[in-house]
Design a binder for this molecule. Structure first.
Ligand SMILES: Cc1ncc(COP(=O)(O)OP(=O)(O)O)c(N)n1
Ligand SMILES: Cc1nc(C(=O)O)sc1CCOP(=O)(O)O
Ligand SMILES: [Mg+2]
Length: 217
């Protein structure tokens, strides 16, 4: 699947740990109906065995394929290859991005976390297609996320990059603060709880789409 920055517009991330009271398959289907543009399978600190993870991943992957939504796997290039994912997302503590690029080849999507300009430049050199910058705000979905760096940090990276490059903001983003991230120069927002923990994930995704579209630049 070829990648464009517009696919980052509403990037939904989820694993079974993020929606303990709902079926992740239903949540993903509703999120797609609500307008998400990209999906990341992030099964982390969950109760699933490896074979349950593969089975869930296959199901979620198939749903994304049916709706032409890029399916990205968090952290694990091996799982991405097993699931024939469209790409992998790695952070600074994960397998080095340049090794992941070598493993997945030139055509798959590679996302890399970066929280400053040095990490952003290195990610681009290593073959990233986009960078994830965060946490924008306080988050309860990632215990080791650290303190918020706020949209100002994303804006600073955007301004220091020599060329336009796809950037998605992440961490604590809701329909109420999404406009701040977009106004800072993000191509899109990545969320877990704003959709996965919503009573009505379709409606939650629609509210996020509206917030993104109504941002004045
Ligand atoms: C789009 C996006 N951006 C950032 C991250 C965070 O990645 P990482 O720092 O490796 O943390 P974990 O998600 O692995 O806990 C992401 N997953 N997606
Ligand atoms: C997975 C992840 N990465 C982050 C980063 O800052 O790199 S914050 C985060 C959690 C995002 O979940 P929520 O939308 O519920 O805050
Ligand atoms: Mg990671």
């Amino acid at each position: 699947m070829s990648f464009t920055a517009t696919q980052l517009r509403l990037y939904f991330i989820m694993g079974s740990q993020d929606c303990p009271d709902q079926d992740p398959i239903d949540v993903l289907e509703q999120a797609i109906a609500g307008g998400i543009t990209m999906f990341q399978f992030r099964e982390k600190n969950s109760d699933l065995t490896l074979s349950e993870t593969v089975a869930l991943g296959r199901h979620l992957r198939e749903i994304c394929r049916q709706h032409n939504i890029p399916f990205i796997v968090n952290d694990r290039a091996d799982l991405a290859l097993i699931l024939d994912a469209d790409g992998v997302h790695v952070g600074q503590e994960d397998m080095p991005a340049r090794e992941v690029r070598r493993l997945i080849g030139p055509d798959k999507i590679l996302g890399v976390s970066a929280e400053n300009i040095a990490e952003a430049r290195q990610a681009i050199e290593d073959g990233a297609d986009y960078i994830g910058v965060g946490p924008m705000f306080l988050t309860s979905s990632k215990a080791d996320a650290g303190f918020p760096i706020y949209p100002e940090a994303l804006q600073s990276i955007r301004e220091q990059l020599e060329e336009p490059f796809p950037i998605v903001g992440i961490g604590g983003i809701t329909a109420s603060n999404a406009h701040k991230v977009m106004a800072a120069g993000a191509d899109g927002i990545a969320v877990i709880s704003a959709i996965a923990k919503a009573e009505d994930p379709k409606q939650a995704a629609e509210a996020l789409v509206q917030a993104i579209n109504s941002t004045k630049m």
